[in-house]
Design a protein around this ligand. Structure first.
Ligand code: GLP
Length: 234
């Protein structure tokens, strides 16, 4: 795992963007994308760049169950606003949180990932060590699945909703096995509330109790963190 400690999110976003450019130069065709506040500076870099995505495919990590693409809190809406409206891809994909048959939707998503192996995966991390919406206790072998969100995740994500009761209780998430199949993974984290999860991910036991710890088993991971998120690394 290569670790870069940056001063600001802007610096982190610029570094992630440089890594993306290199991957694209080397032939990357499919990007795995993440939502949340962490990748915002990265998406800004992309928007302001002249990088062309018209021949590329994107596959997002996750989506809330019960929110459609028009709903402002949906991850689909977030991606359209932050990226796709500005940088059209050949095709962009976000799990369908409105599917009437959620199990079928998860299988469709797995087929999509098989057809478009992910070259470059962006990740954030939850305070409890989740990646995507793979909460502690999720099997490392799992592919796309329907998740019951942890109480701590609902609480952490309530800031994007009117109040905590509005936060959906379930999500569809790409599984840990799918994330691990990406050729290169760039995980960003900022702020002291992520420090514990970062410490366990880097130095802790590889355990399903800390989903991000699985990344110790991947041979091409770059970690971009600020000093606050790095404070427990020593
Ligand atoms: C959310 C998302 C994750 C994201 C994480 C951190 O619950 N499902 O993909 O990485 O939590 O979010 P943030 O970047 O806002 O701290």
């Amino acid at each position: 795992m290569d670790i870069f400690i940056v001063k600001t999110q802007e610096e982190g976003g610029a570094l992630a963007f440089d890594l993306l450019k290199k991957a694209v130069d080397e032939g990357a065709k499919t990007l795995g994308l993440a939502t949340g506040s962490t990748p915002l500076a990265f998406y800004k870099q992309i928007r302001e760049s002249d990088l062309d995505f018209s021949e590329m495919t994107s596959i997002n990590l996750d989506e809330y169950v019960g929110l459609d693409a028009q709903s402002k809190q949906s991850y689909h809406y977030f991606m359209v606003e932050e990226l796709f409206n500005h940088k059209p891809f050949k095709a962009h994909h976000v799990p369908n949180g409105m599917a009437t048959d959620l199990e079928e939707a998860t299988k469709d998503y797995d087929r999509l990932i098989e057809e478009h192996p992910i070259d470059f995966q962006i990740l954030g991390i939850g305070r409890n060590g989740h990646i995507g919406f793979n909460e502690p206790g999720t099997a490392f072998t799992i592919k796309t699945h329907v998740v019951d969100l942890d109480a701590s995740t609902i609480e952490a994500n309530a800031r994007f909703f009117e109040d905590e009761s509005q936060v959906p209780r379930q999500a569809i998430s790409m599984g840990i096995a799918s994330i691990m199949s990406a050729k290169k993974i760039v995980l960003m984290a900022y702020g002291s509330e992520k420090a514990d999860a970062i410490y366990k991910m880097v130095h802790g036991t590889v355990t399903e109790d800390v989903p991000a710890s699985v990344l110790q088993n991947h041979d091409n991971v770059v970690l971009i963190i600020d000093e606050a998120a790095a404070e427990k690394l020593g």
